[in-house]
Write a protein that binds this ligand. Structure first.
Ligand SMILES: Nc1ncnc2c1ncn2[C@@H]1O[C@H](COP(=O)(O)OP(=O)(O)OP(=O)(O)O)[C@@H](O)[C@H]1O
Length: 235
């Protein structure tokens, strides 16, 4: 695929990450080279513990790298500080966590509307837009349900709606189809694929689910803290 460098949403160069120090030091990322392009879905795959969640957390700015360079949507890591960094992340990033992280006291639609309300959109308009998106994800009858009454797969789709609702330029998903049956997993990936078709948007998906590999434009294989090879394909 002959995309120009300007279409890169994410570029990681020689990224290292360790936790702890001295005898407790754990080296998790050992010089990661990784790219994600706009208008594409990039999968990140590899054995449990190889560093996938750590890498996407560093890309999302939730963790600082120990060394190396990370550029996200034209901004180098460290270029934005404090409140600017928080606002940049809030506006431009949608993140689906493995554990969903829904707020227990808000309804499904209110949870999905959080990024809009955080950006100053009035509550009613934000909840209406979130409810429409939940409907497209097959949760139209659950918009007013509390998270505790939803199944794991339903909570996962609310988390996905929360990541998509503010139309961010970079969407990062950690195992978005792991709790879903094949049919629902396929429809969630279809929605992500539609989102990724925007030339201004990139999607990164960490997954073990080889049933959905055909949706990827590019599959980066990780092992022991490095990207070992990248496959490109036409989804
Ligand atoms: N805060 C931390 N402190 C110490 N070690 C950590 C920390 N976070 C992650 N690790 C270690 O880093 C390694 C990589 O973890 P990570 O969650 O990135 O792997 P993964 O490839 O996403 O695994 P999985 O597919 O099982 O989710 C693991 O050995 C983990 O124990």
């Amino acid at each position: 695929m002959n995309a120009s460098p300007s279409s890169l949403a994410v570029r990681c160069t020689a990224v290292q990450k360790h936790f702890g120090g001295n005898e407790a030091r754990v080296q998790v990322l050992r010089g990661v080279e990784f790219e994600a392009r706009q208008g594409e879905i990039t999968f990140l795959v590899g054995p449990s513990g190889c560093g996938k969640t750590t890498l996407i957390s560093v890309i999302a700015g939730l963790l600082d790298p120990s060394d190396g360079e990370i550029e996200v949507l034209g901004h180098r890591h460290g270029q934005l500080q404090g409140a600017d960094r928080v606002v940049f992340r809030r506006r431009n990033l949608g993140f689906v966590f493995q554990q969903y992280n829904l707020l227990p006291s808000l309804t499904a639609a209110e949870n999905a509307a959080v990024p809009l309300m955080a950006d100053g959109i009035p509550r009613n308009a934000a909840v209406k837009k979130a409810a429409e998106l939940l409907d497209r994800l097959g949760l139209g009858s659950q918009v007013n349900a509390m998270p505790r009454v939803l199944s794991g797969g339903q909570q996962q789709r609310v988390a996905l709606a929360r990541a998509l609702v503010h139309e961010p330029a970079l969407i990062i998903c950690d195992e978005p189809t792991s709790a879903l049956d094949h049919k629902t997993g396929e429809s969630v990936m279809q929605l992500l694929a539609t989102a990724a078709l925007s030339p201004q948007r990139a999607v990164i998906v960490v997954t073990h689910d080889n049933r959905v590999f055909h949706h990827a434009h590019s599959i980066a294989h990780m092992d022991d803290g490095r990207v070992t090879h990248v496959e490109t394909q036409r989804p």
